[in-house]
Write a protein that binds this ligand. Structure first.
Ligand code: FES
Ligand code: FES
Length: 175
């Protein structure tokens, strides 16, 4: 029997009917056509299906869709804003952190969640924290470089946001 589910996906409210056994990755790919989230193994080992649920990186092949009821889910399609790549996506592009690209959406989602938790990770932390994401092309060297560069760019972007907010607050105060 289908179950009605409400959640937010990439900032938009979604109501969808799913079967009790539907996986979150199936909801995203098959019901919502968000095919940027890949399926590499289906057994929670490769990380290709990584998305954010309430800000945490999760493997969407290992979660039932019904477990996402009421949550905020972000997929790779939700990272870029206003046609501009997210700093982590841009860093992967600049550092050539991808070869075939199959693992890349999951890597980027895992990396952004990592930097939210550890804003300035060192190389060892990046390697340890991303050990649940596998790259079949074995491009790990450039992936690690990309994550380090993406972390710097995210910190800079955050600083820019804070400066803009401070400026706006100062102007409002002066008015
Ligand atoms: S497809 Fe989910 S971890 Fe591999
Ligand atoms: S770039 Fe091919 S699987 Fe990682």
């Amino acid at each position: 029997m289908a179950i009605s589910l409400k959640l937010s996906v990439n900032g938009a409210p979604v109501t969808v009917n799913v079967e009790p056994h539907t996986l979150l990755v199936q909801l995203l790919r098959e019901h919502l056509r968000l095919t940027g989230t890949h399926v590499g193994c289906d057994t929670a080992q490769c990380g290709a299906c990584t998305v954010h649920m309430n800000g945490r990186a999760v493997k969407s092949c290992n979660i039932l869709a019904v477990q996402a009821e009421g949550t905020e889910v972000t997929t790779i399609e939700g990272l870029s804003k206003g046609g501009k790549l997210h700093p982590m996506q841009e860093a992967f592009r600049q550092c050539h952190g991808l070869q075939c690209g199959f693992c890349t959406p999951g890597m980027v989602m895992a990396a952004t969640a990592l930097v939210e938790r550890i804003p300035h990770p060192d190389e060892q932390q990046v390697r340890q924290q991303l050990d649940g994401n596998l790259c079949r092309c074995t491009g790990y060297h450039n992936i690690v470089r990309a994550v380090m560069k993406g972390a710097e760019a995210m910190a800079e972007a955050e600083g820019d946001d804070v400066s803009v907010q401070s400026l706006a607050a100062a102007r409002a105060h002066a008015a």
